[in-house]
Every structure is written in structure tokens, then in C-alpha cells.
Design a protein around this ligand. Structure first.
Ligand SMILES: Cc1ncc(COP(=O)(O)O)c(C=O)c1O
Length: 414
């Protein structure tokens, strides 16, 4: 049985859709239905225009020039820092480091804070649902230092076992690094509880905000995160730009990540002194254009409002979950009580890749595979899932099309 066509309750979604030119295109002769938002979101016209405007009108290197274009570029670049500070409620703009994305933020902390503070016998705690980018940098660090990686287990719904976490919090633990929201399941982790428990034993906490920043209100002070990272491209912004937040006293105590221009105060062959925060961690010419345009993406989100975005996405999530649960042989992976708009599922005897290919033939873009979370897939005894992840511009009708498509896939392949 296919789902009935649904009247979209949130009419605003249609005017929001008009701001995304890519949604007008067809794929395989069908209107594009883009459900791969957890991998990267589509970009509104304002973001595309801001990028073109930068290159058309004030392309210049930042910080070093006194000419008009350099000043305009620098002002716009630094305006993003202020916008990010407000967006995540950091205590100061010096705590906002521009990176190329979440992965670089995690590596930065592993290479600098990690190399300085970790010793043989120490422990780092991560969780079994982490993205590879929040596993591998810590593994490399542990190997180098003779430290050990400990893993918080999860239950069958895809929620962290908090009692097990607390048991892991012994005197050797120096760092806890967990994702705020799971990219593969949508689980929202109780980061405030995780952080306060870690702080009681003096451990530092890194929160991977790659998937949370677009859905949830982020307040790094209330959360009391020591480090928090996210990527612009999952937030309706451009690829290649991101943010690492770090508490000032920690960033000040850390050695630089990369050496080069921008990150120095004075250089001589005898000794180099480093720039103050945040520039100490921003060596070389940064990704000026995409960092400037991150502010345009933040403005886009703020204009609609996170609450409204969440309400819309949660309605899509509930509707889709109810529809998918009715499909015989379909099993949802990740049924946490606290979830964002991500649905991962497997269907008996059908490979996720086949599902992905057949849905693509109907213009529906989903992600299939291990979602850079192979240990999580191992936990569930599967090689991968099909994942549909919803954004502000998705509609109930699109969910109906997914459900219809899945019925067709099953009919064809089983
Ligand atoms: C939870 C999580 N962490 C980290 C990353 C890495 O982000 P990026 O590739 O933008 O650096 C992703 C990307 O999918 C993610 O979902």
C-alpha cells in the first residue's frame, strides 16, 4: 500500500524552496527530491549570490592590505567571526577559529592540544556511533602517545549507554570526544550531561557539531563545551569552510597547528613569536570567499529561525517514520527518543546500493553505505543502510514519493 498524497501543512516551505535553484532541476526526467542533506545541504540563492559578489566586486587577500578591496574583504571575513560567535554563543570572537570543516577542527585539536597534553597510559573516550573523522585522528594520537581509546557503547535504539560512559570516566581519561548528533541515525546525544560528568574528573570535552548546528540551538557556554566544531556546507553554506570553537584558556595554551604567514607576530631565524588568538591557528591565506559566505548561510538560517526549521523537519521525520514503519521487511536503524530529521533503514534481502540506484532513477537522492561510521554498522551487524535526511525545503509530498519509490523497489527486487 502506498502512502496517500499529503497536503503540505507548512505553506512557507514552498517559498523557501523557491530560494534553492537546484530544486528546479530534474534527475532522470523526474523532479529532483533531495534527501541527502546530512551529507551536504543545498545552497540558497543568497549564498550563491554572495559568493559571486565577492569574486566579482571585492576579491582580495585579508588582513594585510591597506587598499579598499583588502579592507572590504577583511571586514566581511571578520564579520563572519562575529556572526559565528553569536550563532553559537561563544564568550569571545577570539574563540572562533576558521577551518575548512569539522574534520580539520578535530585534527587541529588532536595535533595541538593532544600532542601537548596526552601521555602514555592516558585514555580518550569516544562513542561507538562516531563518524570516522572523530575516530581516526584520536587513534593516530593514541598510537603515537601510547594512549588508549575507550568506546561508549549504545543500545539497540542507537542511544548512548550513559551508565557505561560514567563507568569509563576514570583518572586516566584526559579527553572525551563525542558527536552532538549522529549522522547515521539522527540520535541527539545528551552533551550537557556528558560534559559535566567529564569535567568532574578534569577531562576536556570535544563536541563534534557537524550534524547538530543546522538543527539545534547551539550555546557553547551553556553546554560548557571545551571544543566544538562544525562545517558550513551542512548549514546551507559553501564547502571548504568551517569553524573550531575552543575555550580561550585552552586555545592560548596550545601550540600552533600549522606554521606560515598570518599566524606570527615576529619572525627571525633565531626565534618566531606567534600571533594572538584567533590568528595563531589560521596560517596562510584562508578560504576567504567561503568563510565570508558562511555568514550569509547563518543569516539564511536566522531569518527563518531554528525553531521553525526544527518544527518543519520534525513533522517530516514523524510522518516519514510512520510511513516507513508500515513497509514490510523495512527496519529503521536508530530509534532514539531524541532525534533529528535523519532516517536510516535496511530492507530484508535488498542491498542499500540497489535501493539508492533505483530511487535515483525516480529522481530521489538518498545516501547508501556505511555513512563514515563503520564501527556503528558493525554494532548493528550490517554493512550499511539507506539514509534519508530532511532539510527545511523538503515536503510531505516528497516523503510520499520516497514511500512509493520504496514499494516499487521491493516489488522489483524481492
Ligand atoms: C557527525 C559528523 N562529523 C564529522 C563530519 C565531517 O565533516 P566534514 O567532512 O565537513 O569535515 C561529518 C560529515 O558528514 C559528520 O556527519
Amino acid at each position: 500500500m502506498t502512502a496517500p498524497a499529503t497536503i503540505e501543512k507548512n505553506r512557507d516551505v514552498y517559498s523557501i524552496r523557491q530560494q534553492f535553484p537546484v530544486l528546479n532541476r530534474e534527475v532522470k526526467g523526474k523532479p529532483l527530491i533531495y534527501f541527502d542533506n546530512a551529507a551536504t545541504s543545498q545552497k540558497p540563492q543568497s549564498v550563491i549570490d554572495a559568493l559571486v559578489n565577492y569574486y566579482s566586486n571585492y576579491n582580495a587577500n585579508v588582513h594585510r592590505g591597506i587598499h579598499t578591496l583588502a579592507e572590504e574583504a577583511t571586514l566581511a571575513f571578520e564579520a563572519t567571526r562575529d556572526a559565528v560567535q553569536q550563532f553559537i554563543n561563544a564568550a569571545s570572537r577570539e574563540e572562533i577559529i576558521f577551518t575548512k570543516g569539522t574534520t580539520e577542527g578535530i585534527n587541529l585539536v588532536a595535533y595541538t592540544w593532544g600532542r601537548k597534553n596526552l601521555n602514555a597510559g592516558d585514555e580518550i573516550i569516544i562513542s561507538s556511533m562516531e563518524h570516522h573523522s572523530n575516530i581516526v585522528p584520536w587513534q593516530i594520537l593514541c598510537e603515537e602517545k601510547g594512549a588508549t581509546l575507550k568506546v561508549i557503547p549504545i543500545n539497540d535504539n542507537g542511544e548512548l549507554l550513559m551508565d557505561e560512559y560514567k563507568k569509563l570516566l576514570g583518572p586516566k581519561v584526559k579527553l572525551v570526544s563525542v558527536m552532538h548528533v549522529s549522522n547515521a541515525m539522527g540520535t541527539v546525544n545528551p552533551v550537557e550531561e556528558i560534559i559535566s560528568a567529564a569535567h568532574k574528573i578534569g577531562a576536556v570535552v570535544f563536541i563534534d557539531g557537524a550534524q547538530s548546528t543546522v538543527h539545534l540551538d547551539i550555546d557553547v557556554q551553556k553546554m560548557d563545551a571545551d571544543f566544538f566544531a562544525f562545517s558550513a556546507h551542512k548549514l546551507y553554506g559553501p564547502t571548504g569552510a568551517g569553524v573550531l570553537f575552543g575555550k580561550k584558556h585552552l586555545l592560548e595554551s596550545m601550540p600552533p597547528f600549522q606554521g606560515g604567514g598570518e599566524m606570527i607576530k615576529e619572525v627571525s631565524f633565531e626565534k618566531t613569536t606567534y600571533a594572538d588568538l584567533p590568528y595563531k591557528f589560521e596560517a596562510g591565506t584562508p578560504n576567504i570567499a567561503d568563510t565570508i559566505v558562511l555568514k550569509t548561510a547563518i543569516d539564511f538560517v536566522n531569518k527563518i529561525g531554528k525553531q521553525k526549521i526544527r518544527d518543519h523537519e520534525n513533522a517530516l521525520l514523524s510522518y516519514a517514520t510512520a510511513q516507513l514503519e508500515e513497509i514490510p521487511g523495512l527496519r529503521i536503524i536508530g530509534k532514539a527518543k531524541e532525534k533529528v530529521s535523519v532516517i536510516s533503514f535496511v530492507i530484508d534481502k535488498i542491498h542499500p546500493q540497489d535501493i539508492g540506484i533505483l530511487l535515483d532513477n525516480r529522481g530521489i537522492a538518498v545516501r547508501t553505505g556505511h555513512h563514515c561510521a563503520q564501527p556503528l554498522m558493525q554494532r548493528f551487524g550490517i554493512s550499511g543502510t539507506t539514509r534519508a535526511s530532511f532539510a527545511v525545503y523538503n515536503t510531505m509530498e516528497e516523503v510520499d514519493a520516497l514511500v512509493t519509490g520504496l514499494h516499487k523497489v521491493i516489488k522489483l527486487l524481492s
